[in-house]
Design a protein around this ligand. Structure first.
Ligand code: HDD
Length: 740
């Protein structure tokens, strides 16, 4: 059975392929229905007179496509009804004894509505509670048939629908997007052979080696339990107490305190499956594999001051950015890469391939790109799709299998268990977002919220009576057959000695950074440990840093006014350019948002020219003015869509001040806008009398500084300004160092 290829939506594909129709849900989830009905209720009675056909006349043909499943299909019309389908005459007032009297227990409509509201919340995810999702598709261009029999990795003509959920790890569901944290990058592939979940992060290693430490790790970074402080931040005593006593976390700590911990956009992050998985081919041979997502827009980050301010100005910054890009048709894309390693070659990488705190340097094991994922559709309903999506590392398809990584083995238990808590039962796989797009057929039944059971009387296997067809499949018939890994050993609670070098790759990472990237890590650790109040914890952390890099520990210790402990970093490990986002990024102004600051008297031609140049480069200009709507402009019309009240520099990638705006020097918000964008090393452009605003903001600092573009008119500097935007940041301003 082939899955959706071409234009059909995942819903359509599901409805046709899996025998469990999703129309039922799509109708129920339609955002418009409630709004239309409410509008109807508020309309004057006369306007409501025209009656549509009675609901009963539209009796449905059975629940979904499940043969024999009882009950009518849910229909939505334009009439407000109760959950029992009874039309509601008044949704504005409870039933009461007289207009000023007490409410009546008899008011079933009120009780039903309140009961439902009171139960709207489901438990948020214990980690990764804050997230944003999108639909899309994955298209393979290079078959891995030599290594795997998974059709999603061998059928080059096929488009596989996907749903991706990005997330922070630490904060609760309402926390800010821009907290310093790892980001979740979880992909659900609805393949023709069942669901494959690649549940990864934007960082290729993890804090701990064994899943039994996960509850401790999470407790330590979450808000401290007595006062529930701080939200979505690791900068507190308990986290660093745990980390300082858990040296295996050193490598991931380098990543989270680097720029990777504060992405510019979900669209500008790498994704990693992290663990060593197996690919298994049709002869049953296994090859170790690591999965990578490489963003087409390069890896780009915020700066820390900006990230903190965004947490207040726009806590939805990443969620909004993803939805806006997709709405604008700028569909984010990632290439899927694999690192392949034969079992006999595992010695090459220098570390145990079962240790999730280690990566395979790309210089040693190259990443081969095999396909492309495009996210092109926003969810219609956050709860139905993004909140209810349920990932599980154990969801693999024939041809993809596990390694004995103890972190992965533990995850394979945890994800199913956590869904029982989130969904109050085992039937989450029947929710539309979680349904496979391939047929489902087994004898599981009942439980909370089960809506599709098998028809007939056969609910066991083996059986011989009619209606019980459900045959097992050999590997050749597409059955999942676990890799026949020889296993033996003494039952122990112990780690292999090959897991014990906790620092070499932390050193590799730090040494591979450019100067600005190194400075960002040092500053991040100064911030994080500067918030730690227990001296002994700070000292233990310095002991850990001393084994990573001598300059790093010296600068952090100096900041904390503590002695520099001695350590023995493995400097001989060298560098890996692939680890540096500055060394690997390609300049591009695509999807970049630039604020154009205007006031009365602005030169319309400058606004038009800079907008046009940015648009041609795939970026966008947003006109920020003293009020929304037309501003008085010289030589044309200029319309502001944002204002100094509603917009701050941190929401933009760059700022441009057109001519005719000398009056803005007395507008503190406009001046601060320029000053802050400059401080965050963003491109700053100013032309004509707009350069007065630049001088007011920066004094002499602007002259000749990297990424500052000035000239007589926008058309004269447009090319240079777009190039400055495409460079993302001009680090030499704040670090004194030239980036790679
Ligand atoms: Fe996990 C959620 C990624 C280790 C237990 N994890 C969760 C999500 C992502 C990851 C992206 C959110 C999925 C979504 O959007 O719904 N987790 C990782 C990575 C890990 C990792 C990359 C290390 C390589 N996780 C890990 C361990 C355990 C868990 C060791 C427990 C033994 N993770 C969970 C969980 C969550 C979860 C409790 C919370 C909500 C959920 O699963 O559905 O089961």
């Amino acid at each position: 059975e082939s899955i959706s290829s071409g234009d059909s939506t995942p819903e359509q594909a599901a409805a046709s392929a899996d025998g469990v129709s999703r129309r039922h849900f799509i109708a129920a989830a339609g955002a418009g229905a409630g709004a239309v009905a409410l509008g109807a209720a508020l309309r004057p009675a006369a306007a409501q007179a025209a009656e549509p056909a009675a609901p009963a006349a539209e009796a449905a043909s059975g629940m979904g496509g499940v043969p024999g499943a009882p009950g009518p299909e849910v229909k939505t019309g334009d009439r407000l009804t109760s959950n029992q389908g009874v039309r509601i005459s008044d949704d504005q007032n409870t039933l009461r004894a007289g207009t000023r009297g007490p409410s009546l227990l008899e008011d079933g409509l009120f009780r039903e509505k309140m009961m439902h509201f009171d139960h709207e919340r489901i438990p948020e995810r214990v980690v990764h509670a804050r997230g944003a999702g999108a639909h899309g598709s994955f298209r393979l261009h290079t078959s891995l048939a030599q290594f795997t029999r998974a059709k999603v990795l061998t059928d080059t003509g096929v488009t596989t629908p996907v749903f991706v959920r990005f997330s922070t790890v630490n904060g609760s569901r309402g926390s800010a997007d821009t907290a310093r944290d790892a980001r979740g990058f979880a992909t659900k592939f609805y393949t023709s052979e069942g669901v494959w979940d690649l549940v990864g992060n934007n960082i290729p290693v993890f804090f701990i080696q064994d899943a039994i430490k996960f509850p401790d790790l999470v407790h330590s970074f979450k808000p401290e339990p007595n006062v529930e402080i701080p939200q979505a931040s690791t900068a507190h005593d308990t986290f660093y107490d745990f980390i300082s006593l858990t040296p295996e976390s050193a490598h991931m700590l380098m990543w989270t305190t680097s720029d990777r911990g504060i992405p510019r956009s979900y669209r500008m992050m790498e994704g990693f499956g992290i663990h060593t998985f197996r690919l298994v081919n049709s002869s049953g041979d296994s090859t170790f594999v690591k999965f990578h997502w490489k963003p087409r827009l390069s890896v780009r980050s915020l700066v820390w001051d900006e990230a903190q301010k965004l947490a207040g100005v726009d806590p939805d910054f990443h969620r909004r950015d993803l939805a806006d890009a997709i709405n604008a048709g700028a569909y984010p894309q990632w290439d899927l890469g694999v690192q392949l390693l034969a079992e006999k070659d595992t010695g090459k990488v220098g570390f145990d391939v079962l240790d999730a705190t280690k990566l395979w340097p790309e210089e040693t094991v190259p990443v081969q790109l095999v396909g492309t994922m495009t996210l092109n559709r926003n969810p219609q309903n956050y709860f139905t799709e993004t909140e209810q999506v349920a990932f599980h590392t154990g969801h693999v398809v024939p041809g993809i299998d596990f390694s004995d990584d103890p972190l992965l083995q533990g995850r394979n238990f945890s994800y199913l268990d956590t869904q029982l808590n989130r969904f109050s039962g085992p039937n989450f796989s029947q929710l539309p977002i979680n349904q496979p797009h391939s047929p489902v057929n087994n004898f599981q039944q009942d439980g909370f919220m089960r809506y599709a059971n098998r028809p007939g009387r056969i609910n066991y296997e083996p059986n011989s009576l009619p209606g019980g067809e459900a045959h097992e499949s050999s590997a050749a018939q597409g059955g999942f057959v676990s890799y026949a890994e020889p296993v033996g050993g003494t039952k122990v609670r112990a780690r292999s000695d090959t897991f014990s070098d906790h620092f070499s790759q932390a050193t590799l990472f730090f040494q591979s950074m450019t100067e600005p990237e190194k400075q960002h890590i040092i500053q991040a650790l100064q911030f994080e440990l500067g918030k730690v109040t227990v001296k002994a914890v700070q000292q233990r952390m310095l002991g850990l840093l001393a084994n990573i890099d001598t300059r790093l520990v010296t600068e952090v210790a100096g900041y904390l006014s503590l002695p520099v402990p001695s350590g023995s970093p493995n400097t001989a490990i060298g560098t890996s350019d692939a680890l540096s986002q500055e060394k690997t990024a390609k300049p591009s102004a695509r999807t970049r948002k630039v604020a154009v600051l205007v006031g009365d008297g602005v030169t319309a031609a400058d606004v038009a020219a800079i907008g046009k140049a940015l648009h041609a480069a795939g970026g966008a200009a947003v006109v920020v003015g003293p009020h929304v709507g037309p501003v008085t402009a010289q030589g044309g019309t200029v319309t502001a869509t944002a204002t100094y009240l509603t917009s701050k520099s941190v929401q933009f990638d760059a700022v441009f001040v057109p001519g005719g705006t000398a009056g803005l020097v007395s507008n503190g918000d406009a001046v601060h806008f320029v000053e802050e964008a400059f401080k965050h090393d963003k491109a700053v452009g100013a032309v004509g009398t707009g350069t007065a605003v630049l001088r007011a903001a920066l004094g002499g600092a602007a002259a000749g500084a990297a990424g500052v573009v000035t000239g007589a008119s926008a058309s004269a500097v447009a090319r240079d300004f777009v190039a400055a935007v495409a460079a993302h940041r001009h680090w030499s301003r704040s670090t004194g160092a030239i980036s790679a």
